[in-house]
Write a protein that binds this ligand. Structure first.
Ligand code: PLP
Length: 454
């Protein structure tokens, strides 16, 4: 499947020696390899291809832009695609968030947000503020600045010596702590951890708090408990700490709203988005900020930051066409409807497979977690490598899902099931059929272990 011996040695390398089939083409929710095998994209790549593959209207918009200009350096020219995308983004963004800075991906967007926050503090004469509090677990990107605020030990550990330590507070994983996520006291309990940490660190030293409104791969689609997002907003305001929403994965409509923060009616100071923003058609991300923040920084000598590809016209044309498709085809409503159906069906799997401990998420940002004991929420040992095994079984059957093993503190295996927003009920049936088969295959391997713990 993944390592046909006749394949020539590759000069490319990524994380490991694992080989994958060569991609031939992708249409809608499916991809085909060069041997003609079809895969249902049950994770939209890495929660990226939100509008499905090879959308003709997006391709046409990109063709039109390519024929005009594929690149114009931002310090030499303004470009219409970037201007229009910024205007569209401002319409969709939380109130007061009228300005956009375009980049090529999520890590760049996070770096840009942190650096804008720091420059804003300097512009206000608050040079002591540099600490960015984040949560554990969390993922905010692979570059050293974004990694410093990431709470995911396997990716951060080798680089600790090269990064300034940033404070972390626990993510509100109520399902593990035996708390009711619908009880506002639960949200208050976790939000108090932020307030305590700000006070401990010295509020005058705290620059920002960065949070994924609906968690991504690190927490497995963690939805915050009742009252949490609002309480966090109030605490940040109280201490002059900037609130950064990392919507790299949750933004772009997948949760049923264009930005997930809308579910709680909370306006951040800075917001970053990527992945679904251009839905895989071009490398694109954005950092959005409240007007007064941008103005203060620009008036104080300018934003000391930039990337060569920032505001690339081709990427921006793709992003604009993607947003138009999301709006014109009613994809957010579909994500909410199909997401609710898929979540119910995933919950139904808990009756058949006792080792599924939790199903969670919002819209089509969904995940389930495996446990060896549902009452104590005890995870399986890491040595079993279940997060990898189930993905491989499903892959061999033509279904792509995405998994992570959370490390540090609580360890566990979770799986994201996040098909494109164009998924239909028939696609849900197909996902469920292959997933059920795959879980049965996994059960055949882990069954004895479950018996022992019973
Ligand atoms: N922030 C979040 C919430 C993410 O999920 C990711 C990527 O998975 C990133 C930031 C980094 O984005 P990128 O991989 O595009 O650099």
């Amino acid at each position: 499947m993944t390592t046909s011996p006749e394949r020539p040695r590759s000069h490319l390398f990524y994380q490991s020696r694992r080989r994958r089939p060569l991609l031939d083409q992708a249409r809608g929710v499916y991809l085909w390899d060069v041997d003609g095998k079809r895969y249902l994209d049950g994770s939209s790549g890495a929660m990226v291809c939100n509008i499905g593959h090879s959308n003709e209207r997006v391709l046409e918009a990109m063709r039109r832009q390519m024929e005009k200009a594929t690149f114009g350096y931002r310090l030499h020219f303004e470009n219409e695609a970037a201007e229009k995308l910024a205007e569209k983004t401002a319409q969709l963004a939380p109130s007061g968030m009228e300005r956009a800075f375009f980049v090529s991906g999520g890590s760049e967007a996070v770096e840009s947000g942190i650096k804008l926050a720091r420059q804003y503090a300097l512009a206000k004469g608050e040079a002591l503020r540099w600490k960015v509090i984040s949560r554990f677990p969390s993922y905010h990107g692979a570059t050293l600045g974004a990694l410093a605020v990431t709470g995911y030990t396997p990716m951060t550990a080798p680089f600790e010596a090269m990064m300034r330590p940033m404070p972390k507070i626990p993510a509100p994983r109520a399902y593990l702590d035996g708390l009711d996520p619908d009880d506002p006291a639960t949200g208050a309990h976790y939000a108090e951890m932020l307030e305590r940490r700000i006070v401990e660190e010295g509020p005058e030293t705290v620059l920002a708090f960065i949070v994924e409104p609906v968690g991504g791969a690190s927490t497995g689609a963690l939805v915050p408990p009742a009252g949490y997002m609002r309480a966090v907003r109030e605490i940040c305001t109280k201490y002059g700490v900037l609130l950064i929403h990392d919507e790299v994965m949750s933004g772009g409509g997948r949760t049923g709203k264009f930005f997930a923060g809308e579910h709680w009616n909370v306006d951040p100071d800075i917001l970053v988005v990527s992945k679904g923003f251009a839905a895989g058609y071009a490398p694109l991300g954005a950092m959005l900020a409240q007007d007064h923040i941008v103005d203060a920084v620009l008036d104080d000598g300018g934003f000391i930051h930039g990337y060569t590809y920032a505001g690339n016209p081709l990427a921006c044309a793709a992003g604009l066409a993607v947003i138009e498709e999301i709006e014109n085809q009613g994809m957010m409503a579909n994500a909410a409807k199909i997401g609710a159906l898929l979540k119910e069906r995933l919950k139904g799997l808990m009756n058949r497979f006792p080792f599924i401990g939790d199903v969670r998420g919002e819209g089509l940002l969904l995940a389930f977690e495996l446990v060896s004991d549902r009452v104590t929420m005890t995870p399986f040992p890491a040595s079993l490598g279940l997060h990898d095994k189930l993905v491989e079984i499903a892959y061999s059957k033509g279904l792509i899902i995405y998994s992570r093993r959370t490390r540090g503190g609580y360890e566990g295996d979770h799986f994201l099931v996040c098909p494109p927003m164009i998924a239909t009920e028939a696609h849900v049936d197909e996902i469920m059929e292959t997933l059920t088969d795959s879980l049965a295959g996994l059960e055949a391997e882990i069954g004895p272990l479950l018996d022992r713990s019973a």
